[in-house]
Design a protein around this ligand. Structure first.
Ligand code: MN
Length: 737
């Protein structure tokens, strides 16, 4: 097939200029004398160096850097340096322009930021096996200049917005990376609007059906929702005005991704998600009146509507670590439904929308704030060069999303820790040595174990002992990335010490057996004793698990092997490579499921139980062949983001009549004959075999789980549709059997 692209050069030129002028308008609020000239220079350099390049969509490439700069200025609120860097973010990577050119034209700072952006661009490389290492690099640059990450987020956001022209496999990979790392990062940096959009866009590609379903539902109920919001807000607005408060009130829809999360978490259908929106009250307050005004508004709202006492959140008195300030409450609305109300001032709202980083760190003078402390922590974690990149990333990610608690030291100083942190975390937070020597703690004067989970407002004193050393099981007690990485490196150090002594012992023993001490023999020994590394071998020797007589066994078996053939230990790298080559053959690189059963060893993953018709991919495992996962499997994002090179495309081959085990969760109003009617639909109408059925009824509520064998997704979807028509059934959802 041949595509003809007709390009109107003159029209394109006009469009480029139009977009450039829009960018200037967006950056107006931060422009100072001379800034406009800098931006113009950067724009011209980018325009010229990208001039013959086009995006996958066929558009001129320059649209992309302009859009990234526009996001940086408008949605993150960054200033001229960042706008210049955003315009030039792809030139060093993709064109002849060098970092020296940039430094000459724009100065050191700009060159440094672009260097950071260029270094982490490898994250985009689909074939790269080093994603985890790349993420780590990216976080390292954060320690240098947070603007690198902010521009990278703008870049990612624009790429996600314009991903329709990418091949499906690449869309999945980029969307996975985004949900795995970029969205949490945006959250941690306080960029809530960008975080929500990244999550929604990821979902659009990872779970297109559900995404479309929820979007349609939201759209259908729009008018109804707006009427409700109007009647809810009107009386509040009246009293606010009477009391002299100027405010802007509106309803804000929740993101599709967060609605979907709620549906999954509570196992409820769309109709039962009550908080599809939140009411926002933005006050126009003088700086010294901010806190008092917020509480005044709170009082007005709760005079009109009864609040749920468990749902009051006061981030005005103690802002979140990322700078978020707001007062949240949930009240009972006029129609008997809970409504979340968020109260904040215009300044607080600006921070909530655009993030603390941009607003404070680079617009005004630097403040001592939570974000600085957080970046300091990241820097500390990164200073441990031995940490395994992937472990590090997992620990780090856990800390991105967590809520915070506030803990007092014995002297009354305040420390912030993630929710779920233990006394041991607190000890490591104070100092590495205090953590390493910790044997217990006093919380509010009472003695507690290391594993004690801290509560907001606790006052904690750590008890140490000179004899204490970090233990392996401490890793299960702590939740902060800092404590984890410190414990890991100290355990490693201990291991190395033991290994060192084992090595000496082994050297002597091998000498007495007349075996040469060299890498080759050490590897053979490790393989013989089924150990993963030579270090494990040394440790086994040091701990007396391998003695002289065991080594003699080895000598005997070696002789036998020599008689037969040359000896080769299979490496796991070779194994993965071989499997990948088998699938990614010259003719086709799609694994057809249900075919090639003998040729390629694959299994359906137990974590998500795919059935034919599900969107799936193959993942090459170490030792267990290829596993087939659903693209919306809870593990998929992690796998795709970190092991892109081990992903193979997979498709169902529909020719065979096979059945697959899956589960349905059915809820409803218990009625005489309900179970009977359900099983009738399953067994008689659909001729589906049931493997098991468990039913709970509680005060008239029916709650059943059924495991069934189905042919494919269409089959299952039809069955669900028919079950929903059974009288009394209110919800049917699939779960992974
Ligand atoms: Mn880019």
């Amino acid at each position: 097939m041949k595509n003809t692209l007709v390009i109107d050069i003159e029209a394109e030129k006009q469009e480029i200029l139009k977009r450039y002028r829009a960018l200037l308008r967006a950056s107006k609020s931060t422009l100072q004398k001379g800034d406009k000239k800098e931006i113009r220079k950067a724009f011209e350099m980018a325009l010229e160096s990208h001039q013959d390049m086009r995006r996958k969509s066929g558009e001129p490439y320059i649209y992309h850097p302009i859009a990234v700069a526009q996001i940086a200025a408008e949605e993150i609120g960054l200033g001229t340096t960042s706008i210049v860097c955003a315009l030039l973010h792809d030139v060093v990577e993709d064109t002849d322009i060098t970092l020296e050119d940039i430094e000459r034209e724009f100065g050191k700072k700009t060159a440094k930021i672009i260097d950071g952006l260029t270094k982490i661009s490898g994250v985009f490389d689909y074939n790269s096996s080093l994603q985890a290492e790349n993420f780590r690099k990216m976080l390292l640059t954060l320690a240098d200049d947070v603007r690198v990450i902010l521009i990278k987020l703008a870049d990612r956001l624009h790429n996600m917005r314009t991903m329709d022209f990418m091949p499906r496999q690449k869309q999945l990979k980029i969307a996975s990376e985004t949900i795995y790392l970029y969205a949490p990062l945006a959250h941690r940096l306080g960029l809530y609007a960008i975080k929500s959009e990244l999550e929604d866009l990821s979902m659009k590609y990872l779970e297109p059906d559900t995404y479309k379903y929820i979007a349609t539902q939201l759209n259908e109920k729009k008018a109804e929702r707006n009427t409700f919001i109007k009647t809810f807000v009107e009386p509040i607005n009246e009293i606010l005005q009477e009391q002299g408060l100027i405010a802007n009130l509106f309803g804000r829809p929740k993101s599709i991704h967060s609605i979907w999360n709620k549906m999954k978490k509570k196992n409820i259908p769309f109709e039962e998600v009550y908080d599809l929106f939140a009411i926002r009250i933005i006050l126009d307050s003088a700086p010294e009146r901010e806190k008092a005004d917020c509480w005044k508004a709170y009082s007005i709202v709760t005079d009109l509507y009864r609040p749920n006492p468990d749902r009051l959140r006061d981030w005005v008195s103690s802002p979140k670590g990322n700078g978020y300030e707001s007062l949240h409450t949930t009240v009972m609305g006029p129609k008997g439904q809970w409504v979340e109300v968020q109260i904040r001032t215009q300044r607080m709202n600006e921070i909530a929308e655009k993030g603390f980083a941009a607003h404070w760190k680079y617009k005004e003078s630097s403040n001592d704030n939570g974000l600085d402390q957080w970046i300091l922590k990241v820097r500390e974690m990164l200073s441990n060069p031995e940490a395994n990149a992937l472990d590090f990333l997992d620990d780090f990610k856990m800390n991105l999303f967590s809520d915070e608690i506030f803990i007092f030291t014995p002297k009354g100083a305040l420390l912030q820790l993630p929710l779920g942190a233990t006394a041991l975390d607190f000890a490591f937070e104070i100092h590495t040595d205090v953590g390493a020597k910790c044997i217990g703690a006093k919380v509010n004067q009472k003695l507690v174990p290391l594993s004690y989970k801290l509560q907001n407002g606790d006052q904690v004193e750590i008890i140490t002992s000179g004899k204490q050393v970090p233990k392996e099981d401490w890793l299960n007690i702590v939740v902060t990335a800092k404590a984890k990485s410190k414990i890991k490196s100290s355990l490693k150090e201990e291991k190395r010490r033991v290994a060192e002594s084992g090595k000496e012992v082994l050297e002597r023993k091998l000498k007495s057996l007349k075996i040469t001490y060299n890498t080759d023999n050490l590897q053979k020994l490790s393989y013989f004793f089924k150990l993963h590394s030579t270090q494990d071998l040394f440790i086994a020797v040091a701990e007396g698990k391998i003695e002289l007589k065991d080594l003699r066994d080895y000598v005997a078996s070696e002789k036998e092997v020599e008689n037969r053939s040359n000896f080769h230990a299979p490496g796991e790298g070779q194994h993965i490579e071989a499997l990948l080559n088998k699938v990614k053959g010259p003719e086709s690189d799609v694994l057809l499921i249900g075919e090639d059963l003998q040729k390629i060893d694959y299994k359906l993953a137990a974590c998500c139980n795919p059935i034919p018709g599900d969107d799936v991919f193959g993942f090459v495992t170490v030792g267990e062949g290829i596993k087939i996962h659903r693209t919306n499997c809870p593990n998929a994002a992690q796998l795709m983001a970190n092991y892109g090179y081990r992903i193979v495309k997979a498709k169902w081959n529909r020719q065979q009549e096979l059945t697959f085990l899956t589960g349905l969760h059915i809820v409803g109003i218990d009625d005489v004959g309900l179970i009977n009617n359900i099983t009738k639909v399953i067994s008689n109408d659909f001729k589906v075999n049931m493997r098991s059925i468990t039913v709970d009824t509680n005060d008239g509520i029916f709650d059943g789980s059924i495991k069934i064998f189905v042919n494919d997704k269409d089959h299952l979807d039809n069955l669900i549709k028919n079950l929903l028509e059974v009288k009394g059934v209110t919800g049917v959802t699939r779960f992974d059997a």
